[in-house]
Design a protein around this ligand. Structure first.
Ligand code: UD1
Length: 374
């Protein structure tokens, strides 16, 4: 079997690297396609270098656009690539627009889809990522889940249990492999500091909300200096506000190793990223998630994450309280650096047979598989 692995954005690169390395270690072939959703050197090339990802077999060069433009662009380009190259399966990771686009193409041309990080749900359909997650999980043949809550979500949506495989968190494979290299970097400020990352539209695309949050962070920075590597989506929005940032140090986007180095050294992480909620848990750094929900509840129940919402006063109060306590690194079950090996073990067993037939098909006109009875 020669599958294609899809990579598109920063967090995807962290997830595909261990898979590619595992395919190489087993001497098994796999294509790598980069959709080009993230394209800047700082958002893409840097991650390929940090994570030792080989040159992709194709770069679809899609770039930025509205959701429809980006999704449709990936679909058109990936359909052409898939027809020319006939991969045996499509492996998609995470929940970005390219993930959904490639899964839809594969399902329609009859190529089985493996979704790594399946089953996560924020139950908030205003998030583009939640829409992508639901679409991909409707279409997948293999649901490769990071935690037991994801299995429960999929079962509740009627996914056949034979298709659900709890494989653990692939980001932890990258984290554990690269931790020593990351820690050796000399980029963290001397003394205690907090790390901030913000890029979700719900916060950064709303100028009033963003200004209020920056005011709270500026206040916090009087006690705890803050380092804020700024995502391109956020950069112009922060500049346009023209607010005094106090002791918040804005930096260009950081690479993977730098991100891990800063998270490991930070006293506190304040973020709306999914990946940082997970990485800070494994590193034992307290994390405040500036969102109203999380699709990664295990980082709260079994990790160092606290879901604090978007009220700046509350964020400030919890941040100050958090500085009073210390955390231990935590590893939810199967967050052990061996997820990529489990994924390849699952895929090597071939396509699962579905045993469950919807009860409404139990009629005299159709057989149990929904075919016309002879
Ligand atoms: C995307 C994902 C999000 C993920 C995030 C990780 C979707 C719907 N969103 O959000 O789930 O958490 O990636 O970073 O797929 N830009 C650049 N250079 C780049 C890439 C983007 O300048 O290399 C700028 C462009 O102005 C672009 C904006 O960032 O319009 C947003 O990029 P986009 O890929 O649409 O979404 P992200 O916010 O990065």
């Amino acid at each position: 079997m020669r599958p294609v692995i899809i990579a598109a954005t920063r967090p995807n690169f962290v997830k595909v690297a261990p898979l590619l390395h595992e395919f190489s270690a087993r001497d098994q072939p796999a294509y790598l396609v980069h959709t080009g959703q993230h394209y800047d050197a700082a958002m893409s090339d840097r991650f390929f270098a940090d994570l030792d990802i080989r040159e992709p077999d194709a770069n679809l060069g899609i770039g930025s656009g509205t959701h429809a433009e980006q999704t449709a662009g990936v679909m058109v380009a990936f359909e052409r690539w898939a027809e020319a190259n006939s991969p045996d399966a499509v492996i998609v990771v995470g929940d970005v627009n390219s993930t959904a686009a490639c899964a839809m193409v594969a399902a329609k041309v009859g190529i089985p889809v493996a979704h790594l990080e399946a089953g996560l749900r924020s139950f908030d359909r205003t998030m583009p990522e939640e829409v992508n997650r639901v679409i991909v999980d409707c279409l997948s043949t293999w649901h490769l889940t990071p935690s037991a809550d994801a299995d429960v979500n999929l079962l509740a949506e009627g996914v056949d249990p034979s298709r659900i495989h709890l494989v653990g968190n692939i980001m932890v494979d990258s984290l554990l492999k690269n931790l020593d290299r990351a820690r050796a970097l000399d980029i963290a400020p001397a003394g205690e500091f907090g790390l901030v990352t913000l890029h979700r539209p719900a916060l950064v695309d709303d100028p009033i909300r963003l200004a209020a949050m920056l005011a709270a962070l500026r206040e916090l920075s009087a006690d705890l200096p803050l380092v804020f590597p700024v995502h391109p989506r956020t950069r112009e929005r922060v500049a346009a506000l023209g607010v005094d940032l106090g002791n918040i140090e804005l930096r260009p986007p950081v690479g993977y190793l730098e991100s891990i180095c800063l998270q490991a050294a930070a006293r506190l992480v304040l973020t709306d990223s999914g990946g940082l909620q997970e990485e800070s848990t494994v590193l034992g750094t307290p994390c405040l998630t500036l969102r109203e929900n999380t699709e990664r509840p295990v980082t709260v129940t079994q990790g160092t994450n606290r879901l604090v919402g978007l009220d700046p006063h509350h964020v400030l109060a919890v941040a100050r309280a958090t500085l009073e306590r210390r955390e231990e690194p935590r590893r939810p079950p199967l967050w052990d650096g061996k997820t990529s090996a489990r994924v390849l073990d699952v895929l090597s067993r071939g396509i699962p047979t579905v045993s469950w037939i919807p009860p409404y098909l139990d009629s005299t006109d159709v057989d149990l598989a929904g075919r016309r009875a002879s």
